[in-house]
Design a binder for this molecule. Structure first.
Ligand SMILES: [Zn+2]
Length: 82
């Protein structure tokens, strides 16, 4: 069993009011910092193709983690995977 972080609120997307996919891409890929306690390693999580979640992988053991993007979640930009 893995502990999954809470949902993430995409503040920039909310500002766009749902009309600016091209605008969002122009701003570059968004990412979150993630620390994997399993290997004491730091990495980044990038948004998936559908924009529904951030996905990342432990750089040492390749353990995968995903954080769903949705309303009512946290605006936190850094996570720990324990
Ligand atoms: Zn690991």
């Amino acid at each position: 069993m893995e502990d999954e972080p809470a949902y993430i609120v995409e503040i920039d997307d909310l500002k766009q009011d749902g009309r600016g996919e091209a605008h969002g891409r122009a701003a570059g890929r968004r990412w979150l910092g993630i620390r994997f306690d399993c290997c004491n390693a730091y990495s980044r999580m990038y948004r998936n193709a559908g924009g529904t979640a951030y996905v990342g992988r432990c750089p040492k053991c390749a353990r995968q983690l995903s954080v769903p993007i949705g309303p009512g979640g946290t605006a936190q930009r850094f996570f720990r995977a324990s």
